[in-house]
Design a protein around this ligand. Structure first.
Ligand code: SF4
Length: 312
């Protein structure tokens, strides 16, 4: 059975992943491994440290979590230390670092106690068991199972949905997202995979995507990149005009780099598969005249044609 067949079976009535799904997976993992934001909790596989980072990140921007996370672990380096702490100290730490609802501090403290008292100090390893801990919902349980034990399911959060919707045209339907996300994840690789796809959603496939600037590894398969439609479940209207326009400007320049010159109707289909209609000659003429005003291309009228070439 080929990957293509396997994908359409496994994803049910959700769209099948590309035939070369292994290349899709490798491309994302290589992109992530070559360069990614270096959060300190990405360097540990200690479940306690990861749980603390996950609970803190629920309401606080990642950049600000770093300092709080480090301070917290200085204060209570292990689950046993936290379990032995006074709850009021944990709560004051939480409010002192503006980490959002104090209940999260209480739950975290309680979860540490559970680990010590009910699990003999050993964190459970599966998402199901981890969900038994106080305040640990399915998302956090899966994150800890993935990042500490490489034993999680595919994460499906808003960022991942946005990526899957754009890249593979997955409809806005939770079951479809679950199926496609789970199938896309290589078996037994939840740690690197979940980090990688969340990184893609966090630095490249943001609400206004930066496909080219971020060197998105999925451009060659991506449905949105092909069609220029970058809407997503959490981006109901086309993201900022400049965002997608920049993409097409980049594509015009790259395409012209491969040809001496092209007439508008030759250039159009090479930069968007849906060239024509709303995105036809007039749209392209405007795009290339902007590029011409910026000194990047020459636009020349010849009889009834408009010919574009890169400026020397
Ligand atoms: S090519 Fe762009 S839209 Fe597609 S997955 Fe990459 S960043 Fe997202």
């Amino acid at each position: 059975m080929t990957d293509g067949h396997a994908s359409s079976l496994e994803t049910g009535d959700a769209p099948a992943l590309p035939e070369d799904v292994d290349d899709v997976r490798d491309a994302l993992i290589s992109w992530y491994e070559a360069d990614h934001r270096d959060f300190p909790w990405r360097r540990t596989d200690d479940p306690y440290e990861i749980l603390v980072s996950e609970v803190m990140s629920q309401q606080t921007q990642l950049g600000r979590v770093v300092e709080a996370w480090e301070d917290f672990l200085d204060e209570w380096p292990t689950a046993a230390d936290l379990a032995a702490a006074d709850r009021s100290d944990v709560v004051s730490f939480w409010s002192g670092h503006s980490l959002g609802y104090n209940n999260r501090a209480k739950y975290l403290h309680e979860a540490a106690r559970q680990v010590i008292e009910e699990y003999d100090g050993e964190f459970p390893r599966s998402p199901d068991e981890l969900s038994e801990l106080m305040g640990v919902g399915p998302y956090t349980a899966n994150a800890v199972a993935s990042f500490a034990f490489n034993n999680g399911d595919a994460v499906v959060d808003t960022n991942v949905k946005r990526v899957l919707h754009r890249a593979f045209d997955v409809p806005d339907d939770d079951d479809a997202f679950e199926r496609v996300a789970q199938f896309a994840m290589p078996e037994g690789e939840s740690k690197v995979w979940n980090n990688a796809i969340m990184e893609l959603g966090g630095v490249a496939c943001e609400k206004t995507p930066t496909c080219d600037e971020s060197g998105c590894p999925w451009r060659r398969w991506c449905h949105a990149y092909e069609t220029g439609d970058f809407t997503a479940p959490d981006v109901p209207t086309q993201p900022s005009f400049e965002g997608s326009r920049r993409q097409f400007r980049g594509r015009v320049v790259r395409t012209l780099g491969e040809y001496d010159e092209l007439e508008l109707d030759e250039l159009g289909p090479r930069i968007r598969v849906d060239y024509g209609g709303d995105y036809g000659r007039e749209w392209l003429r405007e795009l290339v005249s902007d590029l011409s005003a910026d000194g990047l291309v020459n636009v020349e009228k010849r009889d009834d044609d408009t010919v574009v070439r890169l400026r020397e």
